[in-house]
Design a protein around this ligand. Structure first.
Ligand code: NAD
Ligand code: DAU
Length: 363
C-alpha cells in the first residue's frame, strides 16, 4: 500500500485515479492499494475520485496532516511502503491574502508528517525501513523569478521564493532535506512547473479563463500578460512522480517540466480560440474580446522555466503531451463537465462533506 496526502485535490486525485488504473507494461504495479489522507479544504473534492470510488484498492481518511499522532497511528495500522506528499495550500493569490494557512499546512503539516514517518520507521525491521520512501511533491516557485535570457531552473539553482506560498513550500523542502541529512529518512523531492488538466480548482488561470470565456465574462489578465510559465499536462506530472518513486535515488531532488514556456496572453488567447471552436456563440465570439487587464499580483514572478535534463537522463522520463493537444483536452473536459463545475462553484459539495463526514469517526 501507498499513502497519498492531498489525494482529493487536483494533482493528487489525478495521481490516485491513474495509480489504480490498469497500467501499460513497465509502469507501477496496477491497483496497488492507496490510502488517501485529505482534510478536504475548499480545494479537496471527493468527486475528483469518482472514477475509482468503488475500486477495492481505494481507501480514504479525512485527515489533517498537521495531526502527526493520527498520521502515525495510520502508518502503524497500514504499514505502507511509501508516503507521497501532495497536500498543501497551493494558490499564490490566496497566500497573499492570508499566509497563515500556508505556514500551517505547508510547513507545520510537512513537519508533522516527517516526524510521524521518522517514528514509524524506527519501529520497522531493516528491510521494510530500507524500502520505504517519503516523496515530497514541490514546486518550481521555490527558485524565484527568471529574466528573459536566464537559463532554466536546475536542481542546483539557489532558492529565492517570492510569495508566501513559495516561501512555505521552500521551507518544507528544506525540512525534507534536513530529515535526510540528520535522521537518514529515505526522502525524494520533486519540483514541478505549472500543471493543467481535469479537476483543477477554477481559481487557477486555465480553468478560470475557460469558465469565464464560456459564460462571456471578463478574462482577468494580471499586469501586461507577458509573464511566462512552463506548462505541464497533469498526467505527465503523475508519470514523472511514479518514475521518481520507483527509480529515483534516495535523497535526490528532481525537476519536472513540460518544455512548454508560454506567455499568459498566449495561453488566454489559445483558450478563447478553443472555446469559440467548441462552443460557438455568435454574440460572444471572438471571446478574446473579453480579455481584461487587471492590477498585477503583488511580487508577481516574471518567468519560470524548468531544466528537466536530470530526470530524463537518470530515469528516462519526458513529457508525452504537447501543450496544444493537452490544452484542447483540458478545455474540452471543462466544457463537458458542467455538473462538476456547478458543484464546485456552489459549494454544494462542501455542504455534502459536512453532512457526510461531520459526525463520523474513523474506524
Ligand atoms: P490543490 O490545492 O488542488 O489540492 C490540495 C489538496 O490538499 C486538497 O485536496 C486539500 O483538501 C488538501 N489539503 C490541504 N491542506 C490539508 C491539510 N492540512 N491536511 C490534509 N489535506 C490538506 O493542489 P494541487 O494543485 O493538486 O497541488 C498538489 C501539490 O503539488 C502541492 O504540494 C503543490 O504545491 C504542488 N504543485 C502544484 C503545481 C500546480 O501547478 N498545481 C505545480 C507544482 C507543484
Ligand atoms: O509553478 C508551479 C505553480 O504553478 C504551483 O506551485 C502552484 O500551486 C500553482 O498554483 C501555479 O502557480 P501560478 O501562480 O503560476 O498559477 P496561476 O494559475 O495562479 O497563475 C498562472 C499565471 O497566470 C500567473 O502568471 C498569474 C496569471 N494569472 C492568474 C490568474 C488566476 C492571471 O493573469 N490572471 C488570473 O486571474
Amino acid at each position: 500500500m501507498i499513502f497519498v496526502t492531498g489525494g482529493a485535490g487536483f494533482i493528487g486525485s489525478n495521481f490516485v485515479v491513474d495509480w489504480l488504473a490498469p497500467r501499460a507494461p513497465g509502469g507501477a504495479a496496477p491497483g496497488e492499494p492507496v490510502l488517501v489522507l485529505d482534510c478536504l479544504t475548499y480545494a479537496g473534492n471527493l468527486a475528483n475520485l469518482a472514477a475509482v470510488r468503488s475500486h477495492p484498492g481505494l481507501r480514504f481518511e479525512r485527515q489533517d496532516i498537521c495531526d502527526g499522532a493520527a498520521v502515525l497511528a495510520l502508518l502503524r495500522q497500514h504499514r505502507p511502503r511509501a508516503l507521497l506528499h501532495f497536500a498543501a495550500e497551493s494558490h499564490v493569490d490566496r497566500s497573499i491574502r492570508g499566509p497563515a494557512e500556508f505556514v500551517r499546512t505547508n510547513i507545520n503539516g510537512t513537519f508533522a508528517l516527517l516526524e510521524a514517518v521518522r517514528a514509524f520507521l524506527a519501529e520497522l525491521p531493516g528491510t521494510e525501513r530500507d524500502a520505504f520512501r517519503f516523496l515530497h511533491v514541490s514546486t518550481d516557485e521555490v527558485y524565484g523569478s527568471l529574466g528573459p535570457a536566464d537559463p532554466a531552473f536546475s536542481e542546483t539553482t539557489a532558492y529565492a521564493p517570492n510569495s508566501p506560498y513559495a516561501a512555505s513550500k521552500a521551507a518544507s523542502d528544506h525540512l525534507v532535506r534536513a530529515y535526510r541529512h540528520t535522521y537518514g529518512l529515505p526522502v525524494l523531492t520533486t519540483n514541478c512547473s505549472n500543471n493543467y488538466g481535469p479537476f483543477q480548482f477554477p481559481e487557477k488561470l486555465i480553468p478560470l479563463v475557460t469558465l469565464q470565456a464560456l459564460q462571456g465574462k471578463p478574462l482577468p489578465v494580471y499586469g501586461d500578460g507577458s509573464n511566462v510559465r512552463d506548462w505541464l499536462f497533469v498526467e505527465d506530472h503523475c508519470s514523472a512522480i511514479r518514475a521518481v518513486l520507483e527509480r529515483g535515488r534516495v535523497g535526490e531532488t528532481y525537476n519536472i517540466g513540460g518544455n512548454s514556456e508560454r506567455k499568459n496572453l498566449q495561453v488566454v488567447t489559445a483558450i478563447c480560440a478553443l472555446v469559440d471552436e467548441l462552443r460557438p456563440n455568435a454574440t460572444l465570439q471572438p471571446r478574446s474580446n473579453l480579455l481584461t487587464y487587471v492590477t498585477d499580483r503583488p511580487g508577481h514572478d516574471r518567468r519560470y522555466a524548468i531544466n528537466a535534463e536530470k530526470i530524463k537522463r537518470e530515469l528516462g522520463w519526458e513529457p508525452a503531451e504537447a501543450f496544444e493537444s493537452g490544452l484542447r483536452k483540458t478545455v474540452a473536459w471543462y466544457l463537458d463537465h458542467a455538473d462538476w463545475i456547478e458543484n464546485v462553484r456552489t459549494g454544494a459539495y462542501l455542504e455534502w462533506i459536512e453532512k457526510n463526514y461531520g459526525e463520523r469517526v474513523a474506524q
